[in-house]
Design a protein around this ligand. Sequence first.
Ligand code: XIL
Length: 314
Amino acid sequence: ATTLRDAATSRGVLIGSAVATGPLRDDAAYQAKLGAEFSTVTPEDDMKWARVEPVRGQYDFSGGDRLADFAAAHGQTIRGHTLVWHHSLPAWLTSGGFTADQLRAILKAHIEAMVTRYRGRVAIWDVVNEPLAEDGTLRPGFWLDNLGPGYLADSFRWARVADPTAKLYLNEYGAEGGTAKARGLFALVTSLKAQGVPLDGIGFQTHKLDTTRLSGLADTMRRFAVLDLDVAVTELDVRMPLPANADRLTRQADVYGWAVSACLAVPRCRSITTWGFTDAHSWVPDNYPGWGAAALFDEGLSAKAAYYRVLTTL
Ligand code: XIL
């Protein structure tokens, strides 16, 4: 195969990337690479609440619609990201002084608005993002603090009604291996399934370092698959201290390769999505000062060792 998407298709999985707002609008080289190499796309920020409803009642779907049009033109599926998260919430919501009953109604209406708008176009929703703390208990944050733990089941149920055909995922980071958070996630998901909550899949973000050993991922995914759930690698990137060098780039290729191998080893693993495909547009340098070079392509859109490793692993 000469592209990631052709190689992935032949293995029965999707290969994807998060998509940044600016270059999707105005960078033709970025768009060409995105269309050629990937079979699924995720809006990096364009479907987050702060972005779509910056002013109460005034939805701005322009970024999400642009991505939906691009995906349709390039035969790509969309992972919608994300409906319920403690982060990227608009200020009118977090400092509005709403009662719990009001917030519950606002959250329900938001889920309905998003899922309805993209019904038939977004195949998968990250309904709830990052609900857990590092110790495996529910993470304190806006929704848990205001609504209590019931917000989880409610959110999935509201999303299911709004689009019965979309696959509904819970997405988490730091749960790829044998951590307390991974155990907490398994307990949470077991309990949600036992309550009949409409949960179809688990996303493992997989933000890693070049020094990471990714040994537990396939075993972790298999345990969730036993609960009759799909699984996916949803935000794969592998950062390193800058400047990059050949050793680090080789180790990075190893980590990317392990993530792909893990997904291929688990029949219920549907997709591998990278969190941005070029170092020119990656969240890493902004969020981890001194770190970067985390993507498959460099800043000039040349393929790195990690790209070739993913291609040959697929
Ligand atoms: C990040 C984006 O990449 C940034 O552009 C934004 O400023 C903050 O969010 N886990 C997630 C993603 O689920 O939504 C985050 O994306 C990265 C960590």
